[in-house]
Write a protein that binds this ligand. Structure first.
Ligand code: ACO
Ligand SMILES: O=CC(=O)O
Ligand code: MG
Length: 356
């Protein structure tokens, strides 16, 4: 364990200084694509105009005999494509796999200046982040990089969940954490067979109304991921990094996908993964605060003046704590609207309606 005094010291001679604060450009959707899949790769320039983050996936969903093609494909795409303001991330193979060392060596040396964040799967504890942290510093020094690469952990093992607080604070490189419900379910020996989302068998039932135990009893499906998402959000917020919901595998069910994303948004997540183009607009809609919420937040902020004391608006008490929540929503809206004239117009229009 490093001394707290050395936390922000580079881990290799010649590596860039670690950042004190992580950058927070929009990352409402982390769009996964297989860089070795020619059809998907061909869509990258167009997708870059629509998404906040493009992620070249090298891990699960890429066949073992396509791992090298995916890695080389990502190098070619990063060198050849101007992504504008869209961030480029990658998900490397897991730390116990035969591919990860070459993934990291190749990507950092060849395209380290184009990559923003490296997603590390199946993180079990701080030791995994420390390993990646030192290796990245060595590779950054070798490649002469001036900007440190950031690291994103997937929370998808039972040990990872048990150690989530130490993972979140393991390095100044830590940018965020995503819930990985599919691997987490397997690691926990849950009896689901899905990639994220709910399960109709996980429910509570109202009490019996008479002798017939089956008669008139309503059931309510429960959220399998509530505990883990909430724990991940707390660990991230406490360490100044960002939480994300991960994959929703039922691509056809755009309705439940939106619900799952919204639950995560309301609990504090800033984005989710999109696995298919159809999920991009869902994430954009859900992780951009609604015009009505923004109008309300701005109204409360205006009414609260210096942010202290209490006022009544539409029968609802507002004070220092509610204005802080409103600032979270309004500041997110301002940041998103700065680069999105359509969203800016929708927020302004809702504000005018509220004050009319
Ligand atoms: C548990 C986890 O680890 S989740 C993360 C790992 N998984 C992934 O990354 C999966 C990424 N997504 C995919 O592989 C694909 O979307 C699949 C396999 C789920 C479905 O693919 P398809 O059967 O081709 O879907 P579909 O026919 O609807 O695709 C429509 C078009 O969108 C393209 N497309 C599909 N997904 C993507 C994507 N993620 N990015 C870019 N283009 C895509 C297809 O190539 C197809 O192109 P075409 O019109 O030129 O033929
Ligand atoms: O990698 C994601 C998951 O759900 O597993
Ligand atoms: Mg996984």
């Amino acid at each position: 364990m490093r001394s707290p005094k050395d936390f922000f010291a580079p881990l290799a001679v010649g590596a860039p200084e670690p950042l004190r604060q992580i950058p927070v450009p929009p990352s409402r959707m982390i769009h996964f694509f297989d860089p070795g899949n020619e059809k998907m790769a061909a869509k990258v320039p167009d997708l870059a105009k629509k998404v906040d983050v493009l992620l070249g996936n090298l891990e699960d969903a890429v066949r073992a005999d396509r791992k090298v093609a995916a890695r080389n494909g990502l190098v070619s795409i990063a060198k050849a494509t101007d992504l504008g303001k869209t961030q480029l991330w990658t998900r490397v193979n897991s730390l116990d796999s035969p591919w990860v060392l070459d993934d990291l060596i190749t990507l950092v040396t060849e395209i380290g200046d184009k990559l923003d964040v490296i997603m590390v799967p199946k993180v079990e504890g701080a030791q995994d982040i420390h390993y990646v942290d030192r290796l990245l510093a060595q590779l950054e020094a070798r490649a002469g990089l001036t900007k440190p690469l950031l690291v994103h952990a997937i929370l998808e093992t039972a040990s990872g969940v048990a150690n989530v607080e130490e993972i979140a604070g393991a390095s100044p490189r830590m940018q965020g954490i995503s819930l990985g419900p599919a691997d987490l379910a397997a690691s926990r020996r849950m009896k689901t067979t899905r990639v994220g989302g709910g399960h109709p068998g996980y429910l509570v039932r109202t009490d019996p109304v008479g002798e017939d135990l089956n008669e008139g009893r309503t059931t309510y499906q429960q959220d399998l991921w509530h505990y883990t998402v909430a724990r991940m959000v707390d660990a991230c917020a406490a360490n100044g990094i960002l939480p994300y919901y991960g994959p929703f595998g039922d691509i056809r069910d755009v309705v439940a996908c939106e619900d799952q994303f919204r639950n995560a948004f309301l609990l504090g997540c800033v984005g989710a993964w999109s696995l298919h183009p159809v999920q991009i607009d869902i994430a954009k809609k859900v992780f951009s605060p609604s015009p009505e919420d923004v109008a309300w937040a701005r109204r409360v902020i205006a009414a609260m003046g210096d942010g202290t004391g209490a006022v009544m608006i539409d029968g609802k008490m507002q004070d220092d704590a509610s204005v802080k929540q409103c600032r979270v929503v309004a500041e997110l809206a301002d940041a998103l609207a700065a680069d999105d004239p359509e969203l800016a117009a929708a927020y302004d229009a809702a504000g005018k309606e509220t004050s009319a």
